[in-house]
Design a protein around this ligand. Structure first.
Ligand code: NAI
Length: 333
């Protein structure tokens, strides 16, 4: 039986990288039926909505989507497609594994950490108002419910993937109530996972330690804003946005996507790096129970990178197509 998965090719380099990735998945032998939908600017032109109802219905029914980057039209009335998807499908956990890849030279080696970011509240609640001219109040919402839910996700992830330590990141020394509640919630959950080591760090200190000795970290669990910032910082540790996967996961549905944007400066030139989306697709394969295929594709990707085949962003000369071809050849071998 083919897996039923929603595919959002996206804008800019989106169709190029999703095309490369679906070709590689196909070559691995996994049977997937893709239900294609537009989102963002293209969808808005056709349907008046950046997130058409048919797209949301497709993901709700199939439970899993692979998404390329999309452009959110600038102007009133259009909320970000990504924020919209997270809200509509309650994708409360943002997952970003950060690991060194062979052949991708960076300042650090042996980085192998996982960021678990709370996706629904904190300063992203959008609750802001002008108190008096010149004074704005932005509300940082932290609830025990969302903090407990993300902590459970982080510990479950650690248990399932053989990770030994979870670190909660916060600023509870200053935001004693808000970040204090987040920390207390994670601590309470940690007590239910005695086999997993738990500790906590202050956000500013952890940033310094991440750029000094990132290999010391395992699973990090963070509220929304710190998670947003730290996950890009960590992408930089292993080669940048072109090589880091992501997933937004809820109780019912999961959307797998690279963290980079539509790269309009290189769109249509067949030079985009499909690695980040491919790694996101590997998270997806594990999610749907196709771990063997994920492992084979990962091995082929590592071989190709180690041989020195790389796209322009990584200093190579391979096009999107020839990079994907090389991976397909290794899968066939
Ligand atoms: P961007 O990530 O698209 O590009 C930043 C730089 O990284 C550019 O120089 C680009 O060429 C390069 N780059 C990005 N991905 C690459 C890849 N796979 N291979 C090689 N080089 C790559 O960020 P930017 O320019 O800030 O945003 C452009 C558009 O993307 C905006 O419309 C924004 O709204 C959208 N966007 C969408 C996201 C999503 O759908 N998840 C996330 C971020 C931005």
């Amino acid at each position: 039986m083919a897996h039923e998965i929603t595919l959002i090719p996206g804008d800019g380099i989106g169709p190029e990288v999703t095309g490369a990735v679906t070709r590689i998945l196909d070559a691995s032998g996994v049977s997937i039926h893709w239900d294609r939908h537009d989102a963002g600017a293209v969808a808005a032109e056709r349907t008046g909505k950046t997130l058409p109802d048919a797209l949301l219905a497709s993901i709700r029914e199939r439970k899993v989507a692979l998404k390329g980057p999309v452009t959110t039209p600038i102007g009133k009335g259009f909320t970000s497609v990504n924020v919209g998807l997270r809200k509509a499908l309650d994708l409360f956990a943002n997952l970003r594994p950060v690991v060194n890849l062979p052949g991708v030279s960076t300042r650090f080696q042996n980085v192998d950490l996982v960021i678990v970011r709370e996706n629904t509240e904190d300063l992203y609640s959008g609750l802001e108002h002008v108190v008096v001219p010149g004074v704005v109040e932005s509300l940082k919402i932290i609830t025990a419910e969302a903090s407990t839910r993300i902590a459970e996700f982080a510990f479950q992830y650690a248990r399932r993937h053989g990770r030994s330590r979870v670190t909660a990141i916060h600023k509870a020394n200053i935001m004693k109530l808000g970040d204090g509640l987040f920390l207390d919630s994670v601590r309470t959950v940690a007590a239910r996972y005695p086999e997993i080591r738990f500790d906590d760090r202050i956000i500013d200190a952890v940033c310094m330690h991440l750029v000094l000795k990132p290999e010391q970290f395992d699973v990090l669990v963070l509220p929304n804003l710190y998670g947003d910032i730290v996950s890009d910082l960590c992408a930089g540790l292993v080669g940048g946005l072109g090589v880091v996967p992501g997933a937004n996961i809820g109780t019912d549905c999961a959307v797998f996507e690279a963290v980079h944007g539509t790269a309009p400066d290189i769109a249509g030139q067949d030079v985009a790096n499909p690695t980040a989306l491919l790694l996101s697709a590997l998270l997806m394969l594990v999610h749907i129970g196709e771990s063997d295929a994920a492992a084979r594709i990962r091995a082929a990707l590592h071989t190709v990178l180690a041989e020195g085949t790389a796209t322009r962003d990584l200093g190579g000369t391979a096009s999107t197509t020839t990079f994907a071809d090389a991976i397909v050849r290794h899968l066939d071998a």
